[in-house]
Ligand binder design. Sequence first.
Ligand code: PMP
Length: 407
Amino acid sequence: SKALDLETIRKDFPILDQLVNGHPLVYLDNAATTQKPKAVMDALSKYYSNDNSNVHRGAHELSDRATQAFEDARVVVQKFLNAEASEEIIWTRGTTESINLVAQTFGLANVKAGNNVIISAMEHHSNIVPWQMLCERTGAELRVIPVNDQGELQFDEFLKLLDAETALVSVVHVSNALGSINPVKEIIDAAHQQNAKVLIDGAQAVAHWAVDVQALDCDFYAFSGHKLFGPTGIGVLYGKKALLDAMPPYQFGGEMIEQVSFSGTTFNKLPYKYEAGTPNIAGAIGLAAAIKYLEALDRSALAAHEDALLEHAKKRAAEIPEIQLVGTAEKKASVLSFLIKGAHPHDVGTLLDQQGVAVRTGHHCAMPIMDQYCIPGTVRASFTFYNTIEEVDALFDAINKVKMFLL
Ligand code: PMP
């Protein structure tokens, strides 16, 4: 963390410098969405000011520039994930659409009655409901890997659920509700031994460390731009080329076709086969700017700083007997989910907001894991590299005031 120039970094994020309810903003809701560096806003402004045009179809200069920037952005993401080829990078609206895409293409083509799909008990609703619907439609079985009281996925139980009928395993890399980091490499290797494919929901992982899809050997990897310091409305589905080639298309329309006539239609090659309609061109360009910004920093120093923030938060939490942590996995990203005994999470959130501290409260779109703990939700502080130790202290100072008010 010594290597980080936090003062300069924070200036790159102009939104951080403001008062909220009369207090300096302490933004600790990074798992919901991250703030955007100036580099991203500048890239969007430059694109709309100079190059705005539709892609892949114009015979004019602006369209060429837009197409070039859009395809360059795809290569930026390819390198970011260390994918083998840029056509393995499909633009989507976000993690949710990436998962739905796989459910509706790979899923409908490959998952049949008698098969099973395995998820875990700590999934976000976007990695539960698409599989639940697919299983209802196909007659396949949805199996759920249990999670222990610490919020750790039970790998031995996973091995018991996995069998020759497992078509797909879809698990979260880092839990948004608890912060737990899952052993995805081990999951992928075990699944492959049974010829099952694996999708990793990377929505909460990519902002914290470099992900290498070839080293993981995952079949699909999904993430959202807005949780990676980029714009909303843009996301990524990585898929292995052979799988993407074999799967049926997702949506139908312009861009994804090769030849259309009333006697039939043939489909475009990858990646366009999965990108019907005018894409979020600016979003892709903005996401590439975010990745370039991030990669210009020392990512291991950023990760070390985030770990230090989490350790400090855990230490401060341990000093307050009324705080009950939810999710105490040994391997954990910089997410602190907790309850204050005797206080409703929403009331805690409101009182923190009055002191300028932004956290998320509720079930975090992960109702099943909340049910397991028999709680309606938690208060969640999620840290990223632009947060400071002083901000962690501000959170706990504010919590002490909340306690005086509520308890
Ligand atoms: N999975 C996880 C683990 C998430 O944290 C989120 C966002 N909270 C999603 C999926 C869904 O992402 P999006 O809403 O950007 O599609």
